[in-house]
Design a protein around this ligand. Sequence first.
Ligand code: ADP
Length: 431
Amino acid sequence: MKNTFDKEKQQESRTDPTDIYLEQKRQQNALREALRIAEEANRMKNLFFLNMSHDIRTPMNAIIGFATLLEQAASDEEQVRIYTRKILNSSKLLLSLINEVLDISLIESGKAVLNNSLIHIEALVNEMDSMIRPQTLARKQEFHIQIGELAHQYVTGDDIRITQILMNILNNAVKYTPEGGCIDFTVCGVPHSPEADKITFTVKDTGIGISREFIKNIFEPFSREQNKIVDKIQGTGLGMAITKSLVDLLDGEIIVDSEPGKGSTFTVIFYLRISEERAESGEAAGERHQSQKTAEENVAIAEAKPFKGIRILAAEDNELNAELLSKLLQMAGAECKIASNGLEAVNRFQEEPEDYDLILMDVRMPVMDGCEAARTIRNLACGKAKTIPIIALTANAFTEDTSMVLEAGMNAHLTKPVDTAKLYKTIREYV
Ligand code: ADP
């Protein structure tokens, strides 16, 4: 009896060699697939860095080159103006590249947080009109806006991202449409469900168009159509990749239709919640209008010297940036003293707290960083240490950095490169 039982057990536990073989084969395939995916990701990463370093070098080359020419042409006013404009243009391209790469990395890391604001569709379209129209005028293009039927005027959604998506598409329409061409921007909204409307934005241009083959790759990072016209137009090839990621983030849809030589149509669809709130929207639109006005006010501020008599302590370890900062502050009438690291800023403030009305604080500095310096200042015994406005001025642009500086006791966070209008506006808020 015992014997029979053991035999049965043995037979039960013995697995069929075919099964073992199949299982090994399955595992091998899974490993091979994982390796392929890892290699592909690595290849894409390398390609990304290769493209990025190329795209950084191109405007850098122009900046260094024209700065060299500028140095030699210092006495020729006209040449100085031309070279300076070229340097500024290339610097802007470089900055947009950095911002775009940052955007991609934020979206891909899943850290992008959605804003939920009240959107007044007509105001949103008008805002875009005021940003794009000057460019279309400069290129002698016709720009038509048509606000079609809207089931509801007010919806909620991420207005910043929606603006960014539409601006990317509209900017391209302007860029890739020759002078004298035509751009149509339309919007309409129909009910999608009891809570949401389907809002469709369309941007139609009479530009150079996109080939059928390239449309398949248009959303790949760094992809630009290979032809003589596109080659002559400045661009990074990142705008559409970001646009697609943002549309996906917002659960929207984007459709590209184009005929080479005739023009392109970009359609973006969002499903946005209907909102009954109205009161705030006027304010929101007002705020946006204000931000555009600030740029124009910038020059006026510099002329009026509104910071006359204001004494600023600026902690900045980089000599060039320190010089630039003092010049910008002096331009607006402020007095500026530089500390070359956090500890020096603490010491200077501690020696004569009454000598300063505001502190600008770089974050990454040798000896003592900006956050530690701000914390140390806030803990000093004198009364002014608790109240003096401290504004962080850093090259870090991630949202976590903002919370880090606020936790350290600073009042606000500005990013480099310095946006002069923002710098003046923030200082004005605090002094
Ligand atoms: P870029 O910085 O090159 O403009 P994008 O990612 O915004 O990068 O666009 C990728 C490419 O798609 C462009 O280089 C261009 O070849 C093509 N493209 C985008 N929009 C248009 C358009 N409206 N008309 C023609 N080509 C376009």
